[in-house]
Write a protein that binds this ligand. Structure first.
Ligand code: HXC
Ligand code: NAP
Length: 301
């Protein structure tokens, strides 16, 4: 089902007219909603995934809802030759203006339980696959002397680690460094790279593997997040459009969290105090005052 109405977007109609955007993993979840937003704003959109039927159905569904052009293509980004062939097909219709590295694989596991193939299953998609897509597209932009914007979908784990999701956290951290490095290496040739670090957004793909047994519907409220809830799809879509569009042309090499403040929770070590009421604060004040008074009574100067 299409997700967005024009009122969900912060931007004027036609903002992305003339833009051509590729979104890996655009058949489902966050990739799909970013594809929808770009389409609604006038961009031509290409979506890749391993399940050809899924990307084709999504393309049709989005075009039925909003018109315009979305092309679904079966492409496995673990295979550099497959990327190159699919990219040839996309560029045959003209240069891309933006790329979203969104495809990913992930599952929770104790790290000691991971086999080499288990590690590779994630790293080959996220770390290697996203790099190969960026490289193939980037070389085309550099050769043609054309501007391009790359947005990679990471996680906040790039800053504080991701226990029980170590291959994903390691791979996303690598893409964070890719973003910073290429922002400098390619910036003066018109190609800029930024990234988004989402907190929890209840998608079927993520919840099945990271929150097994949980329901994407039930878990929109979340008291462990400073804003008290998980993310809304339109919020992520608006940020992606901003970073893709030339309106953000001076933003380069940045990774922007969209997580309701979650990754800052540990800062200072006192986030648990958010649950205190008047009584607890009164008790704390009295206790601190008593300690101060005791010290003051012993002062000799
Ligand atoms: C331990 C596991 C495992 C698990 C798979 N493996 N699941 N090991 N615990 N739960 C191991 C298998 O045993 C096997 O190793 C190896 O991984 C490859 O398994 P396959 O099933 O053959 O892999 P493949 O078909 O390539 O599928 C890749 C996948 C799968 C990553 C495992 O989950 C997938 O296709 N995911 C795509 C979508 C996805 O993950 N979306 C969520 C993104 S959410 P052996 O040695 O046994 O052969 C996300 C959110 C981040 O990233 C932040 C949230 C806040
Ligand atoms: P999702 O629906 O499972 O999306 C993952 C997509 O990647 C799928 O469409 C999948 O399609 C595609 N994909 C996987 N391997 C691929 C490959 N080798 N080649 C091409 N496509 C491939 O999950 P999501 O929640 O929307 O996640 C989207 C992105 O957001 C990911 O980068 C994820 O790490 C990130 N993220 C999500 C959350 C969250 O809470 N949802 C939080 C932080 C970050 P196929 O299986 O058909 O290939």
């Amino acid at each position: 089902m299409a997700e967005l109405a024009m009122s969900d977007l912060m931007f004027r109609e036609g903002l992305m007219k003339g833009q051509r955007i590729l979104i890996t993993g655009g058949g489902t979840g966050l990739g799909k909603v970013m594809a929808e937003a770009c389409l609604m704003l006038g961009a031509e959109v290409y979506i890749w995934g391993r399940r050809g039927g899924v990307v084709e159905d999504t393309a049709k569904e989005l075009m039925d809802a909003h018109g315009g052009k979305v092309v679904g293509m079966a492409c496995d980004i673990r295979v550099p030759e497959a990327i190159h062939d699919a990219m040839d097909q996309v560029w045959a219709g003209g240069p891309l203006t933006g790329l979203v590295n969104n495809a990913a694989g992930n599952f929770i596991s104790r790290t000691e339980d991971l086999s080499p193939r288990g590690f590779d299953a994630i790293a080959n998609i996220v770390f290697r696959g996203s790099f190969f897509v960026t490289l193939d597209c980037g070389k085309r932009w550099l050769e043609a002397g054309q501007h391009g914007s790359v947005v990679s979908i990471l996680t906040t784990w790039v800053w504080h680690g991701g226990p029980f999701t170590v291959p994903s956290a390691m791979s996303k951290a690598g893409l964070n460094v890719m973003t910073q490095s290429l922002a400098v290496e390619w910036g003066n040739r018109g190609v800029r790279l930024n990234a988004i670090a989402p907190g929890p957004f209840p998608t079927e793909g993520a919840w099945a593997r990271l929150n097994p047994g949980g329901s994407t519907e039930r878990e929109k409220a979340d008291p462990t997040i400073p804003l008290g809830r998980t993310g809304e799809m339109r919020e992520l879509a608006n940020l992606a459009v901003y970073l893709l569009d030339p309106g953000s042309a001076y933003v380069n090499g940045q990774t922007i969290a969209i997580d309701g403040g979650s990754h800052l929770q540990g800062g200072g070590g006192y986030s648990r105090l958010a649950s205190w009421g008047d009584a607890e604060w009164e008790e704390a004040r009295n206790s601190i005052r008593a300690a101060n008074e005791k010290d003051r009574a012993q002062r000799t100067v």
